[in-house]
Every structure is written in structure tokens, then in C-alpha cells.
Design a binder for this molecule. Sequence first.
Ligand code: SAH
Length: 230
Amino acid sequence: MLNVKILTIFPEMFPGFLGYSLTGKAMEENKWQLTAVNIRDYAFDKHKSVDDTPCGGGAGMIMRPDVLGRAIAENHTSGRIIYMSPKGTPLTQKKARELAKETELTIICGRFEGIDERVIEAFNIEEISIGDYILTGGEQAAQIMLDAVVRLLPGVLGNEASLEDESFENCLLEYPQYTRPIEWEGRMVPEVLLSGHHQKIADWRKQQSEIATKAKRPDLFKKYLDFKNS
Ligand code: SAH
């Protein structure tokens, strides 16, 4: 059971798309649960302000350490605290696997220009980025990260074996996939896949994975070769 606490100024954005499909079903089956905490509830003034102007000047607003700090202190019980941030370590399949082993996660979603740096230091917060681009808020990033994590929790995917061949496992992209009809608008499913010959199919898929990875993701292909030759 994974227990997730989200600290946000938009709790109504949750569970969002996590309430659908496999992740939604897993939530109904209590394989994970999510509580969205409104950071505004921890504000000190009657306007419920959570942000202020940047010290040293510049555009935008920064989330206040006193309000956010109080929200964390009153909600975090145990486990990692993560701040969704473009300055964080990139989210990878490996990272998702690591997080899927946890039982408690507290996730902070930033807004505006981000959060006061002292909060990150004070609570020893881990920063995770979902890619080299800037979003308007951490809520979207948190949902993407949790989608990748929750599908890896035990029993969430019907067929656990289907995980092993997926893109990024073993540093290779997945081979091309086909389904019926066998002929569509003059295009045929590759014959080997209809042969029933398991070894030949496995060999073809491996070869196709290598070709696709080399062409589409040379960076990943290099890692694959290094791993293979080590
Ligand atoms: N001024 C900041 C960007 C703030 S974007 C900077 O240049 O680093 C506002 C919020 O959106 C951030 O606090 C963060 O929580 C979230 N966010 C934006 N891009 C993100 C990304 N690539 N990965 C994770 N979170 C992101």
C-alpha cells in the first residue's frame, strides 16, 4: 500500500487523470491512496496568502517558506518528501521503480516561480523533474510521476510480464506491435509474428528493438551497448 500526500494550492486538481483506468482501479482496490492537502489552509493572514515577491527583485512570486513549512510539518509523518521541480533529477523508469518500493510519499507542487530555497534545505527535500521544459505548476508533473509509479505497484498491471519488454527496461525501446486485422489497407503484419515460432519471434523483436533504439534514441542505444559489453 502506497500512501501519497500532495501539498498543493489546487487540491481540486486531484486525483485528476489518476482517477481513471488502471491507476483509478488500483486506488479503489486500496493498492494506493492519495490525500490532497491545501497549502492555503496553513496561511497566517486572513487573505490566505501563500506567496510573496522575490528577494533581490525579478519577475513573479515565490511560495513562502513559513506557510509551506507549516503545511509540511503538519502533514508529513514519514518517508521521502519530493518537490516537483525543473531543477530536479530527471524522472526515469529506474526512479519510478525506486519510488514504487516506498510506502509513504509527500509531494510538493510548486506554482508561480517556485518555492523558497530554505524549505528544500530545512526538510531535506528531493527535487524531481519530469523533463527539460517549464510547466505552470507541479500538479501536472506530480500526476505524471505518480502514473509511472502506481502502474509498477504489485498487482496493478494485469500481466506483470508485460512490464519486462517495455521501452526503457534494459535500455531499449519496445519493438513495433501489431494486432488484427492481418491486412489493413494493403499493409501486412510482419510474417514472422504469424509463424507461431516463439524463438524466431523473440529474435525478431530483439532485433527490431535495437534498430528502433539506434535510430530514435542514439543516447539510449549507447547505454545499451555499454551495458551489454560490461
Ligand atoms: N522559475 C522556475 C520555474 C517555475 S514553474 C525555474 O525557472 O526553475 C512553476 C512550478 O511548476 C514549479 O515550482 C514546479 O513545481 C513545477 N514545474 C515546472 N516545470 C516542471 C518540470 N519540468 N518538472 C517538474 N515540475 C515542474
